[in-house]
Design a protein around this ligand. Structure first.
Ligand code: UFG
Length: 329
């Protein structure tokens, strides 16, 4: 089976490519390399270009018999999306429209979509299920919700089948230590705190200390990137076997505060981490924790690396291997 992975050189995409290869799938990647890293891709065919380029997509679908698509390519920074909504509408929504049109033109009707907990906004329930009201608090989450709705409309119009996976906070790195989380500039909590441990940053700024949470800092549900990938493989199988669309949350069902994450990094690395409470970041919901019961029951998903300690250990191994990102080992 040949799978097209959009955004395959990104953080989650590159882990997905590796898992697909380990399971003997043929993999074709489209990535603009604007955010992605060519060095993170192992043994697969890469087309460099923008998803909004319909001609490039025609070339990809003509040169390869694509059986299914896993769609990661998107901008994904909550704070940036609030400050600059236009690029999120263009890069996330318009790209998806061009991709879906190309799929229909080339008789490809299966897509697994990288959605997000950000579609829910700021729910008040302890464990967020898929039936929770969707009410995004930032542009990023709104674009992910619109992309899901587009797939629904393409299902009605053309028979496209999709699985939207709404993930909570992807974290950690492949156990090989050879690929991991690299953003440029770094924006995500765990790699930033690890940079403090490496001495590359003086301290971690904690965005807000007076949220109504156990210690005043935001609570998130951290899920290992390899566990996310195993859910995508199951979603592909689900589309092959059941030929129906569905939506699943992916998380561990346990919330950790920002301070707990920083403390865990201290414990794993054995290095004291300087921290400072600063202004809240726009668009940040106080608490996001998943119920993934549905994915467990219907997809048979069983996360393996669900301890925060293990997640941080794998991220730390990668960081020590690539302290300056992929370019300079
Ligand atoms: N945080 C800090 N300081 C930092 C960076 C982050 O305090 O320097 C805090 C954030 O405020 C947040 C938590 O750490 O409370 C995690 O922040 P990240 O930036 O690592 O991740 P987000 O929760 O903002 O976003 C992630 C993904 C999104 C996805 C979202 C869903 O990046 O794509 O999870 O929950 F939508």
């Amino acid at each position: 089976m040949t799978v097209l992975v959009t955004g395959g050189a990104g953080y989650i995409g590159s882990h997905m490519v590796l898992e697909l290869i380990r399971k003997d799938y043929d993999v074709v990647i489209i990535d603009s390399l604007e955010k992605g890293h060519e060095e993170s891709i192992k043994k697969s065919k890469l087309y460099v270009g923008n998803l909004r380029d319909g001609k490039l997509l025609d070339k990809v679908f003509t040169e390869n018999k694509i059986d299914g698509v896993i769609h990661f390519a998107a901008y994904s920074l909550v704070g940036e999306s609030v400050k600059n909504p236009s690029i999120y509408y263009e890069n996330n929504i318009e790209s998806t429209r061009v991709l879906l049109d190309a799929m229909i033109r080339h008789d490809c009707f299966k897509i697994v979509f990288s959605s997000s907990a950000a579609v829910y906004g700021s729910p008040t329930t302890d464990l967020i299920g898929e039936d929770e009201l969707t009410n995004p608090t930032n542009t990023y989450g709104e674009t992910k919700l619109v992309m899901e709705k587009m797939m629904k409309r393409y299902e009605i119009a053309y028979g496209l089948k999709y699985v939207a996976l709404r993930y909570f906070n992807a974290a950690g790195a492949d156990l090989s230590g050879e690929i991991g989380e690299v953003h440029n500039p770094e924006s995500h909590l765990i790699p930033l705190v690890l940079d403090v441990a490496l001495g590359k940053r003086e301290k971690i700024n904690i965005f807000g200390g007076d949220y109504e949470t156990k210690d005043g800092t935001c609570i998130r549900d951290y899920i290992h990137v390899t566990d996310l990938c195993s859910a995508h493989l199951l979603a592909l199988q689900y589309l092959n076997n059941h030929r129906e669309s569905n939506v699943f949350n992916l998380g561990n069902g346990v919330g950790y505060s920002v301070l707990e994450v920083v403390d865990m990094v201290e414990r794993v690395t054995n290095i004291p981490i300087e921290r400072e409470i600063v202004e809240k970041r726009d668009g940040d919901p106080p608490v996001l924790v998943a119920s993934s019961q549905k994915a467990k029951e219907i997809l048979g998903w069983c996360p393996k690396y669900n301890e925060l300690e293990k997640i941080i250990e794998t991220a730390w191994s990668f960081k020590k291997n690539y302290p300056n990102g992929y370019k300079e080992k």
